[in-house]
Design a protein around this ligand. Structure first.
Ligand code: PMP
Length: 413
């Protein structure tokens, strides 16, 4: 791994600095499908590719009201640097948000970050040396794996089924990697409404996964952006609600309010919290005071739980539109049927390659993310992640219909 040269996408021979890039930039290869996504953002294309929340479902007047109050009453605080750990009042409110998923904690252990994405980066920076191992579900969140690679970690995948990560596969991976002398630094998991597979780790398995992690001295990194966006029953309680010392929990307001605020958080075991704050300060001095105060004001004065309910309604309707369209147009394929979140995972016949098929899909005015993006090891060739979060139900139906044409076209070849 350490002899890896930066790939041509990190810089090429026309770039005079090509030879100077740090080796870790090898992990920052631009995705091969990026250029296509530029085309896919044209309005006539139905994009089932991105994970953009439906911010139009958040009444902007309410945000403006909160912002105005903050500027009138605490303008000089909002415009100033703040604590590297985050605004104390917001950290208290975050405790109430996490309590909805069974978590009891102290505001002292909450570190506000610039989205949960930045928390992922900070945790990786704290724990990973080149060649260390991260275990993650297969498939897993693409931009977490980009971070792991940029710190020169190896990502190894734990198999999943409809009930989430399979404990037996976790045990096998640990035994195999330990026998190879590898250092497994943490287990990265998205237990509820997983990105990209849409599945949820069952309660029994949550307990088993925690037990295995504990037995083997492996830290668990629980990433939970979607847990509150359930369509009927809530998911089982968070892993962090069961185990405190061995779990770092990540949350975010990106999906329950808006991603433009860039406010997320880490709830860390006491021992790790201090290092996280120092890393946060080194990276950004302090997370945005302006965004944090607006969110804090919003949570204080506006019925945020009702807003989360509205989001649930919007996404439930879109999910139903997608499952209905898949049932109608692609009845012979397999897909996951999530009870929350943003994503459906579609399986094509084994001989189809979803990445090769993408240019043709874009020509037919529908875009998706090929499954290989979500594996560190080339898996997912015949899978597709379909996002139902952003397009309207009508657009989703049109998109799946177009996808049917594309897939049928491939089968005719
Ligand atoms: N984790 C997962 C699983 C995600 O899907 C996302 C956003 N798509 C993030 C983390 C990052 O979210 P944010 O930085 O907006 O909080």
């Amino acid at each position: 791994m350490s002899s890896q040269k930066p790939p041509s996408s990190a810089g090429n021979n026309l770039d005079p600095w090509y030879a100077n890039y740090a080796e870790r930039t090898a992990g920052l290869a631009a995705s091969e499908v990026r250029a296509l996504f530029a085309v896919a953002s044209r309005p006539e294309v139905v994009s089932l590719a991105g994970g953009m929340p439906a911010v139009s479902a958040l009444p902007q007047e309410l945000v403006i009201e909160s912002m105005n109050r903050v500027m009138r009453e605490q303008g000089s605080v909002a415009l100033q640097y703040g604590s590297g750990q985050g605004v104390p009042a917001l950290r208290e409110q975050i405790l109430d948000v996490m309590a909805m998923e069974g978590i009891k904690a102290s505001a002292d252990d909450v570190v506000v970050t610039t989205g949960s994405q930045h928390a992922l980066e900070l945790v990786t920076k704290l724990f990973i040396d080149p060649g260390d191992v991260v275990l993650a579900e297969g498939p897993s969140y693409v931009t977490a794996m980009v971070i792991f690679r940029s710190f020169q970690a190896e990502t190894h995948h734990v198999a999943m089924d409809a009930h989430g990560m399979i404990p037996e596969s976790l045990r096998e991976n640990i035994a195999r990697l330990k026998a190879l002398g590898k250092k497994i630094k943490f287990l990265y998991t998205i237990p509820s409404f997983q990105n990209p597979a849409g599945v949820t780790l069952s309660w029994e398995r949550r307990l088993e996964v925690l037990q295995i992690a504990k037995e083997n001295g492996i830290l668990v990194l629980e990433d939970n952006p979607y847990g509150l966006l359930h369509f009927d029953a809530p998911p089982p309680p968070a892993l962090r609600s069961v185990e405190q010392e061995g779990v770092i929990y990540l949350g975010t307001f990106s999906k329950t309010l808006a991603p433009g605020f860039r406010v997320g958080w880490a709830l860390a075991p006491h021992a790790i919290r201090e290092k996280l704050i120092l890393a946060n300060e080194a990276a950004v001095l302090s997370p945005s005071s302006f965004s944090q105060l607006i969110i804090s004001e919003y949570l204080d004065t506006i019925d945020w739980r009702a807003q989360v309910d509205r989001f649930r309604g919007v996404y439930r309707e879109r999910k139903e539109a997608m499952i209905g369209a898949l049932t109608e147009y692609l009845p012979n394929l397999e897909w996951t049927d999530p009870n929350g979140g943003f994503y459906v995972w579609l399986t094509l016949p084994a001989y189809l390659d979803s990445k090769q098929m993408l240019p043709r899909a874009v020509k037919e005015l529908v875009a998706y993310t090929p499954g290989t993006a979500f594996y560190a090891d080339g898996g997912g060739r015949n899978n597709i992640r379909l996002s139902f979060c952003y397009p309207t139900p009508e657009a989703i139906r049109v998109g799946i219909r177009r996808l049917q044409n594309v897939i049928n076209g491939e089968l005719d070849l």
